[in-house]
Design a protein around this ligand. Structure first.
Ligand code: C5P
Length: 415
């Protein structure tokens, strides 16, 4: 049953939209709450009235409707669901999602949402195989967008091949798997259509975000890490089929679907969660772990008592990367660390690699002005046994994909 689960179903313009009516019926049978957004093209295939009748809710189709905005704004609509499902998802909406275009209610909701998204692509086989669609699917997969189908078969246009929207039962199965917390089982795929899942059967651990080190019940020591890079790496590894555990410090990011996410606050908790996730084939430590914590966490809020500021005694935190490197028979098969540096980036990163006993170090410059911390782009130098590889400036999603591909190649070469 899907009792209490709220689904926002976005219906775009494809002949397969008629199957979406059946999907809504099945979702309602399982007690899910379904609310629909219909695009202008979608309305050529199904009517707002039929969607409203089957879903039992209002149908939203206009970005600038004053009545709808008064009742529920598009931002609220995008957040007031547990899962967004785009079915059918045309080549056009996939392209708009990949590019971040928001030119109608459906695309605006998809850009504004902080909730997981599942797409059920439906299009002609040539459109599906076009390099533009392949690139868009790859981009969306790396961002954690889940996918159900498409299947292979006869098409409405008379051709045969991959591109048919998954059957309502398959999409329903994917939705149920998502709500059971088995996002990875949702016919997703890490890359382009038809691409294999090269990390299937491998276990991966990723740390991400900052840590918060409590001073007293209300104050803590933290840093500016956003978690964007670590989360992107976890998504890319899971997308390639790895059974992934993401150990995340406090971030403002939504949990990526299709993996186990363990939330922690402090470095000590992060270390515990990491050791519990062992053994793994791959570990990527992307978290900005606080080097120090308060030696004694005050049980009560520290008060101003007129005697001047309190003395804050610090003690060193455990080094998670170093601990994993020294985990004897539990050492991850491939251990990857980051070196965020503000000067002599390569030299410092090389020294760090040796000192911590790490296989690969991804060095990046985080000096003020680079925009790396909190930003969306990163410039990486990968240091391994054979030397330094300079990567061009790219998005954090791009870095994640390239790293995941390099990891997959490395593992394939070793086995
Ligand atoms: O020593 P530094 O913090 O620069 O090392 C960076 C690398 O070490 C990153 O991969 C980071 O995730 C990891 N690290 C860790 N535990 C710490 C400190 C850093 O895992 N306590």
């Amino acid at each position: 049953m899907l009792t209490g689960n709220r689904i926002l179903l976005i219906v775009t313009g494809g002949i397969a939209a008629y199957k979406t009516l059946e999907l809504i019926r099945r979702l309602k049978e399982r007690n899910a709450a379904v609310r629909c957004v219909l695009t202008r093209a979608g309305a050529q295939f199904v009517t707002p009235l039929s969607l409203a009748a089957i879903s039992g809710d209002a149908v939203y189709d206009d970005l600038f409707s004053l009545t709808a905005e008064a009742e529920m704004g598009h931002i609220e609509l995008s957040r007031d669901a547990d899962l967004l499902v785009v079915a059918p998802a045309t080549a056009d909406i996939l392209a708009k999602m990949a590019a971040g275009i928001a030119d109608d209610l459906a695309t605006t909701v998809l850009l504004a949402t902080d909730k997981p998204v599942l797409v059920a692509p439906a299009m002609n086989v040539r459109m599906w195989e076009h390099p533009a669609t392949r690139a868009n699917i790859e981009t969306l997969a790396a961002r954690g967008v889940m996918r159900a189908g498409p299947g292979v078969g006869d098409m409405a246009c008379g051709e045969f091949g991959e591109g048919r929207m998954a059957e309502p039962d398959e999409i329903l199965g994917a939705i149920e798997a998502f709500f059971r917390g088995e996002g990875a089982a949702v016919t997703p795929s890490g890359g382009a259509p038809g691409q294999k899942r090269p990390l299937a059967g491998r276990r991966a651990l990723v740390t991400s975000g900052p840590t918060h080190e409590a001073i007293d019940p209300v104050r803590y020591i933290a840093n500016r890490s956003s978690g964007k890079q670590g989360h992107a790496i976890a998504r890319a590894l899971a997308g390639m089929g790895a059974d992934t555990t993401l150990v995340s410090g406090p971030t403002g990011l939504a949990d990526p679907p299709g993996m186990t996410v363990v939330h922690v606050e402090s470095a000590c908790d992060m270390l515990d969660a990491c050791t519990q996730a062992l053994p793994v084939d791959i570990a990527v430590c992307a978290a900005a772990v606080s080097d120090w914590r308060a030696a004694d966490e005050a049980a009560q809020k520290i008060k101003k008592n007129g005697g001047g500021p309190p003395r804050l005694e610090l003690t060193e935190n455990p080094d998670i990367l170093l601990t994993l490197a020294r985990a004897d028979n539990m050492r991850p098969g491939l251990l990857v660390g980051f070196a965020a540096e503000t000067e002599k980036v390569i030299a410092h990163a090389k020294a760090k690699r040796k000192k911590k006993g790490v296989d690969w170090i991804l060095a990046n410059d985080v000096s003020p002005g680079t925009g790396t911390f909190g930003g969306d782009r990163n410039v990486i130098h990968l240091i391994d046994d054979s030397g330094v590889e300079d990567w061009p400036a790219m998005s954090k999603d791009g870095v994640a994909r390239r790293l995941a591909e390099r990891i997959a190649d490395h593992i394939a070469a070793k086995s």
